[in-house]
Design a protein around this ligand. Structure first.
Ligand SMILES: [Cu+2]
Length: 302
């Protein structure tokens, strides 16, 4: 125990020494330090960005697809030169708290040049460790590069905050854990199902008989009200439906690309490729008459 603490302290000291060296270098020769875009570009290439799987992903889609940096699953706060830097916040159980954070570049400076995706600079998903309390939020970016957003923590426990954004043509997903104090217990994940309801709407999931990890599959959600297909789906953030897939139990985040909709029959389709076998919770959001509804499905991938 003591040894590991000591070695961690040593590693920390070494890190500090490195930081000090970097700062000295910056001071000595400003020209030698590339602007943060170059630094991030190099870090992304080192992480494997642009190494190939763009070709098949880009085919057939109508919208230009932004390629994600490898490892963009929200499981880490640092990714390819970027770092999610949360401000300390005292979350109170049972209410909302304003949370502030920055995204720091290679030089530790807050990034301000976010490229809007689906009309927003940054998409933030917040969900409790047991996949309850799902929130899809759009934090406001201040002039100093600080984002702020009201986050609800209805129950005590740990919440994962996952930020999805585009910088310099690359998609990044980083995450951190927010804690609401108190005694916390996790509810078991609901059993896999093909039906879910919210706000008076029933949603049926149509999928291939087997979902295989690493293989693309089409998922179609059919929305009905009182047994009749809805015909009044409205665009929400530039699409008729938004789908987020989170892997259990680690809450790893997957991107899902919309594949079209049939408004006359209330159906929304997605091309989904889930990389890891296991259990997933899928969160679908759609808008009808100005209101956004969220339904969730548990699904198993072999
Ligand atoms: Cu969003």
């Amino acid at each position: 125990m003591l040894t590991s603490t000591l070695s961690r302290l040593a590693a920390f000291a070494a890190g500090l020494a490195l930081l000090g060296g970097g700062a000295a270098a910056v001071g000595a020769a400003t020209d030698a330090t590339p602007p943060f875009q170059d630094c991030l570009k190099i870090a992304a290439a080192e992480a494997g960005f642009g190494a190939g799987d763009m070709a098949d992903e880009g085919m057939g889609g109508e919208e230009p697809m932004v390629e994600a940096v490898p490892g963009a699953d929200g499981l880490r706060s640092e990714l390819a030169g970027l770092r999610l830097a949360p401000r300390p916040a005292a979350f109170a159980t049972g209410r909302s708290t304003t949370w502030r954070f920055q995204v720091l570049d290679c030089d530790g400076e807050p990034i301000r040049d976010f490229e809007p995706e689906q009309g927003k600079l940054l998409h933030l998903i917040v969900v409790r460790s047991d996949f309850t309390g799902y929130q899809h939020l759009h934090p406001t970016l201040g002039a100093d590069g600080t984002f702020s957003v009201d986050v609800a923590t209805p129950r005590a426990g740990h919440y994962r905050a996952i930020a999805d954004f585009v910088v310099d043509g690359r998609k990044y997903v980083v995450g951190t854990t927010l804690t609401a104090p108190g005694r916390a217990t996790d509810a078991p994940l609901p059993e896999p199902a093909l039906d879910a309801s919210a706000g008076g709407f029933d949603v049926e999931l149509q999928r291939p008989a087997v979902l295989e990890a690493g293989h693309e599959a089409q998922l179609t959600f059919r929305i009905t009200r009182s047994g009749r297909p809805v015909t009044d789906l409205e665009p929400y953030l530039g699409a008729y439906g938004h789908l987020v897939a989170l892997h259990a139990p680690d809450l790893a985040y997957s991107h899902v690309h919309p594949d079209g909709e049939d408004r006359a029959s209330g159906a929304i389709s997605f091309d989904v490729e889930l990389e890891e076998p296991g259990t997933y919770r899928l969160f679908l959001q759609f808008q009808i008459r100005g209101r956004v509804h969220t339904v969730a499905f548990t699904q198993t991938v072999s």
